[in-house]
Every structure is written in structure tokens, then in C-alpha cells.
Design a protein around this ligand. Sequence first.
Ligand SMILES: C[S@@+](CC[C@H](N)C(=O)[O-])C[C@H]1O[C@@H](n2cnc3c(N)ncnc32)[C@H](O)[C@@H]1O
Length: 279
Amino acid sequence: MSAFSANWLDRREPVDHRSRNKALAQALARHFDGWRPLTVVDLGCGTGSNLRATAPLLGPEQHWTLVDRDQALLDAAVPRLTAWADGWDGSGGELALFKGHKRIDVRFRRADLADGLDAALGPAAHLVTAAALFDLVSAAFIARFTAALAARKCAFYTVLTYDGDQRWTPAHAADAAMTEAFHSHQRRDKGFGPAAGPAAPDLLSESFAAARYTVREADSAWRLEEADAALIADLGQGFATAVEETGAVDAVSIKSWRAVARTAAVVGHADTLALPPLR
Ligand SMILES: C[S@@+](CC[C@H](N)C(=O)[O-])C[C@H]1O[C@@H](n2cnc3c(N)ncnc32)[C@H](O)[C@@H]1O
């Protein structure tokens, strides 16, 4: 059973897509311009949101492997990918998507990254990517992951890694205490050892730079406004529940924090593009 439902991933997908850093996306597209075919591994793929946002940046012939530990999410990815594509073919046992002039072959791999990184990564791909994953992993995992990618000389592109910035409108007296407690919840073990949480973007940049990659990190904050009111409300309630679980903020403050109707919120994220050294 996953902490991430397909329904929640559906709700965040439009916000995730509009929040991705455009300059970094263009840098990725420039790097792989002319590469054909291109092999891509998407870690913690959920229902395939990252493919739907990233494949349009890449060349006409792509081979994707979508990796997740949650079979229900891998199953839920198929109808979402075929609905997104202009056409598809599943007759050969593999899924082929046709989008514009691109052909995107998709395989699914059920694997737990924490149990066996090499098995999850498979053979060297040109690009390893992920979305909304790396704040869940530990610093030790990031070190192992960097070494595994450097050994394979893979490029790395990850988006929407939480960076610790949270701003709610209107402000509440308990905001700072709530955020501090939320971050202690974020650092709990999510299966990889103590989670990097908001430190993940910096840890990724430092780790790949130490492996002689060329690293760019850029802002991809969610900037939620009145039109996102339902999402802001859900996010706030989930945030308050996580805070409650820490026991670090008193119940009266949490109740009062929950009662506020918010009209805007910023949730900070970073995107990271790390390109391997030429030799
Ligand atoms: C926040 S969701 C993001 C999903 C998707 N990348 C997206 O952007 O919609 C995190 C994903 O990582 C997966 N995940 C978490 N821990 C994992 C692990 N140890 N091995 C493989 N997948 C994992 C979850 O099942 C979930 O699909």
C-alpha cells in the first residue's frame, strides 16, 4: 500500500507541470537534441506524470522504463498514458505511445529503490529522471545513487524536490512552529533511512558536482492562488495532520491553524539537471 494515491497524483499533476523550471527543461532539451534513440529511466514514476511532461522535450524515438514499488500506481499509469497519447499500440506485449511525431516505447518495472538500486536502474540509460521523489530518500541513498549514475555515465534530471520554503496566505501566528514540525516529520525514514527532506536539492547538487557532473539547480515552486483553493485546503489539512503526528505543536494552535481559509500558498521546490563529464 502506497502513501501516494493515483487520485492525489492526478490532482497535483497540472500544478507540477506548470511549476517545472522552464530554463532547465530547455537545457535538457538542448543537451539531448538530435539523440535518437534515447533511453530513459523514470524512478518513482507513480502514474507517469513525469513522462507526460518530459517526453515532449526529447527526440522522436524514446524508450522509457517506468519504475515504482507500487503495482497499483504502475497499473494506473497505463490508461493515463494511453489517454495522453495521440495513439498507442500494445499488441507486441510492450506499450508504444505515439505523440505528435514521437514514438515512445514504455516498459514498467516494479522495484523498490531502497532494496536494490542496480536492479531498479537496470542497464545504463542515457537519462535517469524522477519527479517529486528525492525529498523522500536519505543522504546515504543520494551518495549511492550518484555513484551508480556516474559509473553508468547517465545524465540526471529530477524535478519538484521539496526545498523547505512554505508560505501561507493569510499568515498565522503558528506558521513557523508548524513548518518546523512539518520538516521534522519530513525527515522521518521513508524506507531509505532518515529522509533528506528539504535538504535534498542541496545534497543532490553537491553530490553530483563532487562526481564532476555539470549541475544546474533552479526554482520550481508551487505558486498556488485562489483558483487552486481546493488544493490549498487539502494541502493545509495534510500538512496539519503531519504536524499533529510529531506532537511538537499544541493541539489548540493546530486547531486554530486548520480553521483558516487560505487564498494562496507557496510550496518551494527545486529542479536539478546534472550532466556527466565528457570523459
Ligand atoms: C510523490 S510520488 C511522485 C510520483 C510521480 N513521480 C509524479 O510526479 O507524479 C512518489 C513516488 O515514489 C514512489 N516510491 C516511493 N518510495 C519508493 C521506493 N522505495 N521504490 C520505488 N518507488 C518508490 C511512490 O510509490 C510514488 O509513486
